[in-house]
Ligand binder design. Structure first.
Ligand code: NAP
Length: 547
């Protein structure tokens, strides 16, 4: 493998791999490639590791998968030495964990922080990626790994006047590092997705008054978080290998039981009792109770109605309750949320729901928010308005492949790749948790580990065979995109306007281009891709004479 060399000029560093991003995917990539003896450089725009959990310090931020599952499985030492305190860890504990991993495995020395990669261009003649950063550096690397994540580019709402607001303005995904006080303040929150829900239930009781600007209500279910008992943690530590294996073989990459029971295969009384059990159990138990919720609209509607009933049971004001009940799209078609006290928050006399469908937001003013009916004065405005998901972070870097083809041109009609890992026309460029894979539908850490391991094997294969460039054939990519499209057509995920479909970003190509077939099936496809010594689905170039 190549070591650092001086190339065209003394200022260009020559590397084996550049890794962009230091979230879970980037951290594992840096670890793995270093273990392989590769010359690597990681770049991260933030000042430390953690990706989403570095940036998202908003009040109430908490993972909605069990912490035990939402943790690295590649390091026995890390698994044994780290102890989770809660079933669903809060952001500070997650960030502590991530920093613990970085310290324990000495990852930071490979990562340059406060540095954004601005462009990456394939040099055909030299068979390298020429990578530039906002710090003025230029590097050359045989491989470029984009570990930029599916949810890293936050978006402001399309509301005029944001810049004019004179109060405190916070974006959930760029939360300040110093504490924020809500006491006695009139706070507004725009957005009621997973992020908004977590903020609202936390800030509601602490603020003087809270105005929740809701356009589309989300379904949320009780998290029923618990502290983890020492005995349980000890048992988990003894069984981590088995738990990881179960996770790798479960559709969502976790240890939640998945049912094979169809909704209408049991009596109405049994269904009700199963739904009550799932509600009591909390977490995403409901999703695992019946096998056909994402393909059978009638079954889905029964579960949605059950949850609407629960909202009505909690929220005392019937008008507010009605507004909070999601209608017009299937449950779980938007990302299901888990809450600790979301609906209860609306029983506080100081918390007000503003239904943006009835009372449209016209503009943000220096004093607050002007709706169709009134101006609501605010001391603080919090934007929880989501992300340019799946493709945003890749497109934020000017990536040019063969013949100067930009990713933005290739994806003009929507993201297209082979397995979300590689793209025809972009040799030696890899993505972790890329679009067209299962990202967002399964545990991102399990996917990241799968993807980095797959990339590592590809790099080893190339080194062994003295190959300089590798890319999927157009047929392989088209075949994969057909698999993705065929499966996605059946899915009820198509029936809600969400970031999954690109619906939240103006002029973005629309459509469900994620792999909805489940994590084990995805892993199977990743394995099949390399069959026949990679010959069936990839093109290689070998030229030892190139510099
Ligand atoms: P999101 O689900 O896209 O929600 C954005 C919210 O902002 C929506 O309610 C949207 O309403 C609203 N919005 C946008 N523009 C608006 C406007 N002009 N006026 C009024 N409302 C507007 O984003 P998110 O909540 O940040 O969640 C994104 C993803 O991050 C989640 O799906 C999940 O995968 C992940 N996440 C996970 C966790 C966790 O693990 N606990 C926590 C947070 C986030 P419309 O729907 O009507 O557009």
């Amino acid at each position: 493998m190549s070591s650092e060399k001086t190339t065209q000029s003394n200022t260009v560093r020559r590397l084996d791999v550049v890794v962009v991003g230091a979230g879970f995917g980037g951290m594992y990539a840096v670890y793995k490639f270093n273990q392989m003896g590769l010359k690597i450089q990681g770049f991260e725009a933030g000042s430390n590791v953690g990706g989403v959990w570095f940036w998202n310090r908003y009040p109430g931020a908490r993972v909605d998968l069990p912490s035990i599952d939402y943790s690295f499985g590649f390091s026995h030492e890390v698994e044994q030495e780290w102890t989770w305190s809660e079933q669903f860890a809060a952001q500070p504990e997650l960030l502590q964990y991530i920093n613990f991993v970085a310290d324990r495995l000495d990852l930071r020395r490979h990562i340059q922080f406060n540095t954004r990669v601005t462009s990456a261009e394939w040099n055909e003649q030299r068979q390298v990626w020429v990578v530039k950063t906002d710090q003025g550096e230029v590097l050359e690397a045989t491989y470029c790994v984009m570990a930029t994540g599916p949810l890293s580019i936050p978006r402001d709402p399309d509301i005029p006047g944001i810049g004019s607001f004179k109060g405190e303005l916070y974006r959930a995904a760029r939360w300040p590092h110093q504490p924020v006080s809500y006491a006695g303040k009139r706070v507004g929150v725009i957005g009621t997705g997973s992020t908004g829900i977590q903020i609202i239930q936390e800030v509601g009781p602490q603020s003087g008054e809270l105005f929740v600007f809701q356009r589309t209500p989300s379904f949320t279910m009780p998290m029923r978080n618990v502290k983890l008992e020492a005995n349980y943690v000890a048992e988990v530590k003894r069984n981590y290998a088995g738990l990881r294996e179960i996770a790798r073989n479960s559709p969502a990459g976790g240890n939640r039981p998945a049912s094979t029971r169809a909704f209408f295969s049991v009596t109405p009384e049994q269904r009700l009792s199963l739904m009550e059990d799932a509600w009591k159990q909390g977490g995403l138990a409901m999703l695992g109770t019946f096998a056909d919720l994402m393909v059978n609209e009638e079954a889905n509607e029964h579960v949605a109605n059950f949850v609407r009933g629960k909202i009505g049971d909690v929220v005392k004001d019937p008008v507010t309750a009605e507004k909070l009940k999601p209608k017009g799209y299937p449950i779980f078609a938007r990302r299901p949320c888990l809450d600790t006290s979301y609906y209860e928050t609306f029983n506080l006399p100081t918390v007000h729901l503003v239904d943006c469908n009835e009372e449209e937001i016209l503009e943000i003013t220096p004093k607050g928010i002007r709706t169709k009916n009134r101006e609501i004065e605010l001391d603080m405005l919090i934007l929880a308005t989501g992300y340019d998901g799946l493709t945003g972070a890749m497109l934020a870097v000017d990536v040019k492949g063969r013949n100067g083809l930009k990713v933005s041109q290739k994806w003009a009609e929507g993201a297209s790749s082979y397995l979300g890992l590689m793209m025809a026309g972009f040799p030696n460029l890899f993505m972790t948790t890329g679009p067209n894979g299962p990202a967002a539908l399964a545990n991102i850490i399990r996917i990241s580990e799968n993807d980095v391991d797959w990339i590592a094997s590809a790099i080893e294969h190339m080194a062994k065979n003295k190959q300089t460039a590798m890319e999927p054939t157009s047929q392989a990519e088209e075949g994969w995109m057909t698999v993705v499209a065929t499966l996605s057509k059946r899915s009820l995920l198509n029936k809600a306007k969400t970031w999954y479909l690109g619906a939240n970003v103006k002029d973005k190509p629309q459509g469900l281009t994620m792999f909805v077939g489940g994590f084990p099936k995805y892993r199977e496809y990743c394995g099949l891709a390399t069959q026949d010594n990679y010959k069936a689905n990839f093109k290689f170039e070998a030229d030892a004479a190139r510099v």
